[in-house]
Design a protein around this ligand. Structure first.
Ligand SMILES: Cc1cc2nc3c(=O)[nH]c(=O)nc-3n(C[C@H](O)[C@H](O)[C@H](O)COP(=O)(O)OP(=O)(O)OC[C@H]3O[C@@H](n4cnc5c(N)ncnc54)[C@H](O)[C@@H]3O)c2cc1C
Length: 393
């Protein structure tokens, strides 16, 4: 298997440069958030501006033209976002083709919404989940859109909308005549109301996960995105792959920080790293992160090349399932190695312990990933999913 070795030298250099930059600029910010309990959004915005210049991806991956950058390269970049907590990994620049909205937007929507997104002048938030019956079951949404002349009238309630407190526009999934459609709703549109910004397990984060209501909310007819249900499915697939990637990066950092700590900390007159009870969980973690990484790159390659998108999606589900469960196991082991310090909320392993918990839930729970993989196995047989080099005849 060669996909990891095929990550180009300039992307490898970008990864190393970015990791060093995060250590210098972002990890101290994490410590300040831990000490004060406050995330300074102006400081974060300034970091994003600096990162755009100081970490800029080579032009062939970031300029507006050209085909989407291959998924294994997207994964190699997104892994590094996992090297930060509090959502601060969002400073890591993304390559062309990372954002599904850019893929599915109409030409007019590209100009009005996608270009500002790429310039950092706009922010999007995807509003799919609903309180009543649409989380795992996306078909359970109840939001509706009705045509009225040159406008759509939207009604519904959406929960857990990540980035909703700072979004300049929302992508809202709603029913139109028995099919699911996506609509762009600008922040401030009459009838759109942010109801609540609940607190979550993680520390102060770069964005909230808000609850919002649409009540007779009117948007122009050209705010319907051309691809509704397939676009949402594609968004979920790519986000799942990127969660797997970030989990690999997060596990790398946890192992690195915990090993450094175990080398310094002594018990019974010797560094604790000399104890097998400390070595073995680290060895298990290193083994599992490599397994997760290979699976994630494999899924990324399938995403680009597999002739059947359902099989590719199944492999992405396998990667999301394994990598997110792996990151949670790693976090738990690292908390243990830090001892009492690992129970302090300011501790890096503790922060990850609380943060990676959501990776088993959002964009489809671990159970839903298993449902997707199992239904593929039943339909197509195991080999399509378990073979690393499937024979496509
Ligand atoms: C921090 C955070 C951020 C989020 N961001 C967004 C966002 O930006 N946009 C958005 O639209 N949504 C977002 N979500 C929503 C997220 O995708 C859902 O929470 C998730 O898909 C689970 O849906 P649910 O919470 O309704 O759980 P439910 O669907 O009610 O599931 C409850 C439990 O039942 C299990 N279950 C359900 N069906 C099955 C089945 N068929 N087989 C086995 N077990 C099953 C689930 O695995 C789970 O354990 C976010 C959630 C969180 C926590």
């Amino acid at each position: 298997m060669t996909f990891e070795a095929e990550i180009p030298a300039d992307i490898r250099a970008f990864r190393e440069r970015t990791k060093a930059w995060l250590r210098e600029h972002v990890h101290p910010m994490e410590d300040r958030i831990a000490a004060t309990g406050v995330l300074d959004v102006d400081e974060y915005d300034e970091l994003c501006r600096r990162a755009r210049h100081e970490l800029a991806l080579p032009a062939q991956y970031s300029d507006e033209t050209g085909p989407p950058v291959p998924m294994p390269i997207q994964v190699a970049i997104e892994e590094i976002a996992g090297w930060a907590t509090n959502g601060l990994g969002g400073v890591v620049p993304s390559a062309r083709g990372r954002d599904v909205f850019a893929e599915i937007a109409s030409p007019a929507q590209q100009e009005r919404y996608v270009v500002p997104l790429r310039n950092g002048e706009a922010r999007e938030a995807w509003a799919i989940t609903e309180p009543a019956s649409a989380g795992s079951d996306v078909n359970g949404i109840q939001a509706t859109a009705k045509r009225d002349g040159d406008e759509w009238i939207l009604n519904g309630e959406k929960w857990f909308v990540t980035g909703g407190d700072r979004a300049t526009f929302f992508l809202v999934l709603a029913w139109v005549d028995g099919e699911q459609a996506l609509f762009i709703v600008d922040r401030g549109t009459p009838g759109l109301e942010i109801l609540r910004r609940p607190q979550f397990m993680h520390d102060p984060y770069t964005s909230g996960h808000v609850e919002l209501r649409l009540q007779d909310c009117r948007v122009p007819s050209d705010h319907r995105v051309p691809s509704g249900e397939p676009g949402t499915r594609r968004w979920l697939a790519i986000e799942r792959l990127m969660i797997a990637a970030r989990c690999c990066g997060a596990a790398d950092r946890m192992i690195e920080e915990t090993t450094t700590w175990a080398l310094q900390r002594s018990a019974f007159g010797r560094p604790i790293i000399e104890k097998q009870g400390v070595q073995f969980p680290l060895a298990d973690s290193a083994t599992e992160v490599l397994a997760a990484r290979l699976l994630t790159f494999h899924a990324a390659e399938a995403c680009d090349t597999h002739p059947n998108p359902s099989v590719a999606h199944g492999k992405i589900s396998m990667a999301k399932l394994y990598a997110s469960e792996m990151a949670n196991r790693v976090a738990d082991r690292c908390v243990q190695v830090f001892g009492g310090r690992g129970y302090m909320t300011e501790n890096v392993a503790n922060r990850y312990f609380r943060e990676v918990r959501v990776d088993r839930i959002w964009e489809g729970t671990s159970e839903i990933q298993r449902v997707i993989v199992a239904s593929g196995l039943i339909r197509r047989g195991a080999e399509e999913y378990t073979a690393a080099w499937p024979d496509r005849g």
